[in-house]
Design a protein around this ligand. Structure first.
Ligand code: NAP
Length: 239
């Protein structure tokens, strides 16, 4: 199950997992876009289902998870990818912008984990991957709400990893740097250029760069990795 799978990094994660043979449940608010992603996966020979859900609404998450379990019997991998920004300097940030970012990026992941964990504990297998961000490690002005949510995800990752390791469930984070998606498209050109000039690998990342890291953490090869944060950032920040 991948949240925020209608575009960008979530779509790439769903496609990469489908390529590896997973049946993928695609969750987000935009049903039409999800259908298009599912159609692409199916036409490539994969299996997909779409879940219209808003991660800021716990009831829609519970309903989505219940649908997957009814259809496919279990959820083995959860990718908490859905995320938004509402950037502004803290002194100008509206409380509503603080709230919606925390509710979506951090509470949303918490509710998804809470919904899938009982099944994972019962089947004694699970892979949970939380998409955080380089800025949770480095800090950045104008993103206090986003960074608080993404740093919260890092803490959540370690806390749950410690709680459920004995049940053969791993919980890890992936911290992308500057990745070419709709989220970064809206940044002003000078900001993009400044970021690019600081990247040792001298290119912006692609959604696929992140998806391959997610797929690795979901794989059998990553069975002994938990509570870890894997950076996919071209070297812009070396944690
Ligand atoms: P994006 O292109 O804006 O995609 C965001 C996805 O999240 C969309 O599929 C959107 O789908 C979904 N989403 C947003 N709010 C949602 C909600 N309330 N409920 C369900 N789904 C919701 O962004 P992206 O760049 O792919 O980012 C994906 C993740 O990577 C985010 O968590 C982001 O913070 C993180 N990240 C991105 C970068 C980067 O440089 N791009 C860097 C570091 C971290 P709907 O609109 O259909 O709901």
């Amino acid at each position: 199950m991948v949240t925020g799978a209608s575009q960008g990094i979530g779509k790439a994660c769903a496609e990469a997992l489908a390529e590896a043979g997973c049946s993928v449940a695609l969750g987000s608010r935009n049903a039409e876009k999800l259908q298009a992603v599912a159609a692409g996966i199916e036409s490539a020979g994969g299996r997909a289902m779409t879940l219209s859900l808003d991660v800021a609404n716990p009831q829609s998450i519970d309903e989505g998870v219940a649908r997957v379990i009814r259809a496919w019997g279990k959820i083995e991998i959860l990718v908490n990818n859905a995320g938004i920004t509402r950037d502004n300097l803290l002194m100008r940030m509206k409380a509503a912008d603080w709230d919606v970012v925390l509710k979506t990026n951090l509470d949303g992941a918490y509710h998804c984990i809470r919904a899938v964990l009982p099944g994972m504990v019962k089947q004694r297998y699970g892979r949970i991957i939380n998409i955080t961000s380089v800025v949770a490690q480095s800090g950045n002005p104008g993103q206090a709400n986003y960074i608080a949510s993404k740093a919260g995800l890092l803490g959540l990752t370690k806390a749950i990893a410690a709680e459920v390791g004995s049940r053969n469930i791993t919980v890890n984070a992936v911290a992308p740097g500057f990745i070419e998606t709709a989220m970064t498209e809206k940044l002003p050109e000078p900001v993009k250029e400044r970021i690019l000039s600081a990247i040792p690998l001298q290119r912006v990342g692609k959604a696929k760069d992140v998806a391959y890291a997610v797929r690795f953490l979901a794989s059998e090869e990553a069975a002994y990795i938990t509570g870890h944060c894997l950076s996919v950032n071209g070297g812009i920040y070396m944690a």
